[in-house]
Design a protein around this ligand. Sequence first.
Ligand code: ASP
Length: 306
Amino acid sequence: MAEEVVTASWAYGPSTWSILVHGGAGDVAAERLPLHVAGCERAVAAGAAVLAAGGSALDAVQRAVEVLEDDPCFNAGTGACLNADGAIELDASLMDGTTLRAGGVCALEPFKNPIAIARRVMDESPHVLLAAEGAARFAIERGFQRAAPESMITELARAKLEAARAKHTTEGWAGGTVGAVARDANGRVAAATSTGGVVNKLAGRVGDSPIVGAGTYADDTAAACSTTGHGEAMIRVCLAKTAIDAVRATSAESAARGSLAMMHARTGGTGGAILAARDGSLGLARTTRTMSWAAAANDGTRASGA
Ligand code: ASP
């Protein structure tokens, strides 16, 4: 596989517990990158606190993603990018590697924390993925409140939509999708991913992030994976599942590198992937110019980058 397309990668571990978050593959301007890295560091600290207290990998990745959704820097929750109608439509999913249970929402109108709704889909419905109006109804029935769109739309999101409209493009995605993977002290792994998708997308477009096997996958016998990047390409190669299958024969970092190289070779798509393997080792790779990330482990390791 032509691995020269990989622009950066990182590895750590093994460890008793560990967590790794990303703030989206893309091309974030240099002056904004420190904000993205700091946001990832805050999110990983919140997830690490869950793991340090003996909490589950699933609770840790959900907590970390909620922190990222609340940070207006990122293209998830507050700060999500706008579709061609100038509206927010949110995609999110999470997966538990022990039970292989998963939950997701897609094309969801503004709600502050779509990942928390995805968790309830997993825990309280017989389904894996709820879309649009039905997902909103499910959320409201469980006490979630619709958010006023203005409370979640940032100036930056408006500016990016104007720029994309001027160029007649949906390309150059927002660069702020978020995700987290973790392994807890009991050897369980989990993954979560949340996004506004791509700028100027058609209303109703659903990307990889809420799709089990594309944007998110977790299996205690191998690893957990959250991906980011060109969603249509990632769906077509089932990127997260592909990376997890690769981890059975190689390291988390090398699985991330190899799966992204394969996606680029087969579809031309670029992006990033983060993995937490069953032995608590972590790995990430990207084929884009930037992808903010932060990691933590039980031995006190704290690392971050972009
Ligand atoms: N993968 C996301 C999507 O296509 C976008 C991203 O990761 O930036 O919806």
